[in-house]
Each structure stands twice: as structure tokens, then as C-alpha cells.
Design a protein around this ligand. Sequence first.
Ligand SMILES: [Zn+2]
Length: 502
Amino acid sequence: MERHAKYPLSLTNSLSGHKEVFVPINTGHVGMYVCGPTVYNDVHLGNVRTFLCFDIISRYLRYQGYKVRYVRNITDVGHLENDADEGEDKIAKKARLEELEPMEVVKHYTDGFHTVLNQFNILPPSIEPSATGHIVEQIELTKRLIDAGLAYETNGSVYFDVLAYNEKHHYGILSGRVVEELMESGRQLDSQDEKRNKVDFALWKKASPYHIMRWPSPWGEGFPGWHLECTVMSTKYLGETFDIHGGGMDLKFPHHECEIAQAVGANGKTPVNYWIHSNMLTVNGQKMSKSLGNSFLPSELISGNHPLLQKGYSPMTIRFFMLQSHYSSTLDFSNEALQAAEKGFRKLANALTIIKKLTHPGGTAENDEVNKNFNQLIDDLHLEMSDDFNTAKTLAVLFEMSARINDLKSGNLAFNKVGEVEFNQFKASYIAFMEDVLGLKEEQEQNHELLHGVIQVLIDLRKKARQDKNFALSDKIRDDLKRIGVQLKDGKEGEIEFSIES
Ligand SMILES: [Zn+2]
């Protein structure tokens, strides 16, 4: 039996606001689309959290036995400043400021995005399409919406007619926004005179004479609106209705609401069965934002090079830290919480190293209680993850398992108390949940840090021996270290430095 049948998955659907049992459209297959980054600046930590959340989801779906097609796009055109229909294209602006071709900006930040995600062991999607690679399809979709009477052209730009759509369908179905209220609120924008209604949004924008990123269209030279690409690429690779659509909570409105309207308007079908939104980051209880000066880049969090950080943390510590919160809750950064995460991760990683080396001597269990407990822990891992991908509770189960692992190693728990079969399942589950499901791997740096700590202890002992005029001992420490490749050198002001032969 596949794992997804044994441990049915339930997830919180943003569309209904309820936890629902997950039933894919095609048995054994899952199609998932996640809105990717707009590649005009360095990836921020909020992005890392969002993509980590969907990394976990795709990893667990695969572990459950589903064949997953995971599509995550690259937005390389059409995303205007302030997420609006007016203003400069984010990428074109960066290109102008840095005197680069827009595609140089796109390449640079796409590479950076991949490097950072790779550092955090976030696996690549199955398909990573870009908006500029799908201009033809975006023009086609715009034409279909015009033909359906749901879009209109004004002065070379095309807008989606929200009021016309809302007569037959429900604009606000995902975000809970009410069209009438939206009509009354909000700022008056420059393009207002081009739009029939204030709530309408751009499908295609006319390019001004100095706009670099432009393509020919039936309405003259221009570029696509931001919401259009996701409808086009998700439908192209996953079909008119697919299983899961994800993204950060800030994309729910207007971006995802507009995606639904475009798809329903063009195809007459609900595009997505389950919407999943990941929550935001806070720092010491405050929203993380550039303007508040409390946002740090992933590289700053790793190096510790930021006024708010006491030290740096390894990518796996940060990954572990993020998994301690449920994806739908806010996640708060503080030095204390990060330091606690460092200890916590080390504990689980040590147990991982230990259990890989442990083997059962063979035979069945002599203690039914212990055996039951081992089976229960294996079950709990699956049940917690199947309950809306609850990584926090899954980690709690792994901690309990790590205690058993340490007991087995120390001899506090005799191997014959548990059966060989149960032990092997326990071992396989611990390794699979750490490495495959949660993507937590043993880190070199961790051992490195430990090694440096141990050498420092020996250096201090040697110093003490010299002060006590115990030269026999101080020489022995130096010579023994040298034999295993650690060279001690007398540095300035009596400090002792060391180097390790590799
Ligand atoms: Zn999107």
C-alpha cells in the first residue's frame, strides 16, 4: 500500500479556509504551481521561507508515493513597482540604474536565487518557466479574454473588466475582498482614465518609446501584465485545473485573485483545487522590512555580519529553525531562538550520524512495550506530516527518537528489547524524515567547529602544563597533535596558533 493511502494527507485550503483531505485529480499524481521570484534583486529571507515551505510540501508528497510535477516560475518581465499597473518595470529599472541589459539583470539574479536555494538544500522544481519565454501564450490568452467580453483595449493597453467578470463569477472568492468596497477605496492612479473601472487590472501594457522590454502584439508594442504569466504557465504545464497552487501570503491579493479571474474567464473552469499560502517573517516581534532596517539577507544570517545578529548560523541551522514553525504561522527571528535552534539541530544531526552506524544483532523483541513505542514513533512521524505538513510536531517526534538512539548507543536501552524488524523500520524512518522529507543533512562545518573547539581545549591544557613547568606533558600534547596533522605555532603575545594538514 502506498504511504498516501495509509496516512491520508490533509491540508489547509486558503480557498475554503478549512483543513481538507487531499484528493488529487489523477490518482497517484500531483500537479503543483508556485509563484517564483521577480529576479531584480538579492533573494531575501522571506523568499527562502516561502520556497522552503513548498520544498517540504513537494518532498513529502514524493515521499508519500505521489509522482509530483512541480512548476515554479521566474518573473522576468511585467512586475511593476508597488505591484501596480503603473510605474516602472522592476527589472527594467534595475537595468537602467546598473547600465545593463534587462536580461543581464535577469541572469545575474536568477543565478543568485539558485545558489541561495541550493545552500539551504531546497530542491529545484520539475519545470522552471519564465514569463518572457511565454509571450505568445500571454497574447493568446488576452485575445481570448477580449473575445469573451471580459477584457477591452484602450490606447494600446488591454485591461481585464472586473465588473463584467463579477456579474457571472465571483471576484474575491480567494481573498474575501468585495468588489463594491474595492471600487470605493484605493488611490486614484494615472491610468485611471484608460480603465473602465478602478478595480480593472492590466493584461497587456503599451510600451512607452523609451521602454526597453517590448514585444509586438495586435495592440502595438508592449509587454504583459504581471498576473497573466502565472495563468498561462500553470495551465500550459499542469492543465486547466490542477491540484495545488502556492505562494507567499502577500500574493493572495491581488495576484492570485487575478489569476483565478483570468483562468475562469478564459477556460470557464476553476483553475486550482487547493491553494496554500505561507506566512511572513518577523524580527523580535516586528515585521521584517527593509524600511525598518531589520531585514537581513540570507548571506548576512550565515556570516553573522549584521548589527542585529550576535553571530552567524549554518544554512542547516536556519533550515531547522524555519521548520520549527508551521508554514501558516508567522516566524520570529531572535538571537535566542536561533541559538536554541543551533543546539536542537546539532542534537538531531548527531543522532543521525549515530543511527547510520547502528545495526541490530538480530532477533525479535524481548520487551513488548519498547517495541510498541518504537512503532508508535514511526507512526507519529507520518501522522504529523500528513496533518497539514506539521514540521514542528514532526521535529518533536524526531527529538524523542533521538533520545532512543542515544540510549541504544550508550547501552541504556538494550538492543534485544526491540525487534530487528522494528529497529530497521525505525532507523529507515529517522534517516528518511531527516534527509528526504525535511531535507536536513549533516554539515561539514558542524564537525569543523567541533574540531576547532577540541584543539583549543588541548592548547589551553598545554599552556597550563607549561605554566606548571610540566614540559614533558606540554611536549607530549604538541607531538601527539603533530602526529595527527595539527601543527602548533607560537604566535604574537604568547598566543598559540594552529594549522590542520588536509
Ligand atoms: Zn504568480
